[in-house]
Design a protein around this ligand. Structure first.
Ligand SMILES: *Cc1c(COP(=O)(O)O)cnc(C)c1O
Length: 228
């Protein structure tokens, strides 16, 4: 069986190969280690192997891990799961990024609840790129309105877009939705400062996502093993 350190190394190799294949610069994709449901001891092993970006889906589990590991320097914590408005305060007080902003009410609460002494919270707008009922995220035509609101919030920095494309697509479907997402990203990237992040690609589809402009892949099972 492979260790977490070995699987992390393989993930970096997959990223670099995909970048080379797409004629993109080395190191132009960040690796977010998705540690949901995994014990703090696994995160510590990944940290010791050099991993610094961690993604969590559930607020209370994430906050517990942030507190358990607060002595470690340089960790960046990303909230990537659906967010209910009664949980925004804990997120605003503990996380560095929220990738799953999908409505104005959530953005406004995160802005109001971000503590004064902390740096602005980095946020991405989650886009429901394949128009799936099962997925959260805004429709592409709703992005403009949400962007206008978020750029007016002092305690939020709008960093980009996040999406979870349809699972097990045909190659044509995959190509179509990743291209549409990349086009949306480019449209705002050229207009807005700090809008530098296209968060797409997971264990199964990171190569395709990198071919289509991803700047951050969110990888869980390929690093930490299958979840229960
Ligand atoms: C669980 C999860 C991932 C990681 O998925 P894997 O297939 O385990 O790599 C990425 N993004 C989100 C939003 C997730 O919930």
């Amino acid at each position: 069986m492979q260790t977490i350190a070995e699987r992390l190394k393989s993930a970096h190799e997959r990223i670099e190969q995909a970048l080379a294949g797409a004629h993109r610069p080395s190191n132009s994709v960040q690796l977010l280690a998705v540690s949901k449901t995994k014990p703090v001891s696994d995160l510590l092993i990944a940290y010791e192997a050099g991993q610094r970006l961690f993604g969590e889906n559930y607020v209370s589990e994430g906050v517990e891990k942030i507190q358990a590991l607060k002595a470690l320097t340089g960790i960046q914590w990303h909230m990537i799961g659906p967010l209910q408005s009664n949980k925004t305060r804990a997120v605003a007080e503990h996380f560095d990024w929220v990738q799953s902003v999908d409505r104005l009410k959530i953005a406004r609460r995160l802005n109001d609840q971000r503590p004064e002494g902390m740096a602005p919270l980095n946020v991405c707008i989650q886009v429901n790129i394949d128009d799936e009922d099962s997925k959260s995220g805004v429709a592409p035509e709703e992005i403009d309105t949400l962007i206008d609101a978020i750029t007016g919030f002092e305690k939020l920095t709008l960093r980009g877009l996040m999406a979870i494309p349809k699972a097990d697509p045909t190659p044509e479907q995959q190509q179509q939705s990743l291209t549409a997402l990349h086009d949306l990203f480019k449209r705002y990237h050229t207009k807005l400062s700090n809008f530098d992040t296209l968060s797409v690609g997971m264990s199964a589809d990171m190569e395709a996502a990198i071919t289509h402009g991803s700047t951050m892949v969110r990888v869980g099972s390929a690093i930490f093993g299958a979840r229960d």
